[in-house]
Design a protein around this ligand. Sequence first.
Ligand code: ADP
Length: 293
Amino acid sequence: MNALLSKPIETSRGHIEVRDLGIQFDTRGGTLDAVSEVSLHVNPGEFVSLIGPSGCGKSTLLNVVAGFLEPSSGQTLLDGRAIKGPGSDRGVVFQQYSLFPWMTVRKNVEFGLKMQGLSANERETQARTLLGLAGLLSFENHYPDQLSGGMKQRVGIVRALATSPQVLLMDEPFGALDSQTRVVMQEILTNMWQRLRLSVLFITHDIDEAVFLSDRIYVMTARPGRIKSEMVVPLPRPRTPEMMSTPQFAAMAGSIRALIREESLAAMGGELSDGGLGGLSTEIGPRGMSSVV
Ligand code: ADP
């Protein structure tokens, strides 16, 4: 078996810690507080989602963990070391496919491995193993424009995984896909994650997606984004699509929906709060950290 899959699951690496993070932008209108006082963590091998209203700073936060952006205050650590820039220990997947159109699927996947100095044989073995895991082996010699959106994004995930990162950072990776493809992609991702067991920090605005995929979910407030709630998803592994029709799933999704609705209303300056939506505060209870276990 390929070394990637036969290696023992590393349980002590891939620990992300975000401590008291603040991110501000200088804009023409003055200083914009994007994220404020955010502390969160992803345990090694854990799947954690960040969910919150649009513009609450999710992408900004992920960019800091990826090392693309320096925070204004606070600390971001990977396995106890401060994150100072991008690194091959973190794979990143964005909504846009960002594949090289002039390279075949396999060459796209091999690209990062070439940068790491692997031999042509090692690169091919590694790429083919992961493409097989993603059900893409028969497309290894295709070019990106010959693939559907879902397939392109699967290649994007495989490419991010090729260099064996400890952490996978995913920013709305399925946001551009139709709902049926999205559900299939969620299943493929959860299967791959079960197999590889790396830490995942996943951004989405799709509540069902967050519940289906995650071990834990952080719900953020409207901008400046803070952590409003941390929830443990009580569903067993492996996850199956049938779980999405269980009362447990519906209850969890309902709690998150209520929290986000409250934040979306707050972001609108309370304009709508008197228009028949006033029962919201009694439905949700007091603001602040809550936990559904
Ligand atoms: P989300 O991913 O939750 O939708 P973002 O992280 O993209 O939110 O953005 C958070 C806030 O920061 C938004 O108000 C956005 O306009 C602002 N923002 C993001 N990047 C920049 C930037 N480079 N310069 C100025 N403002 C920015």
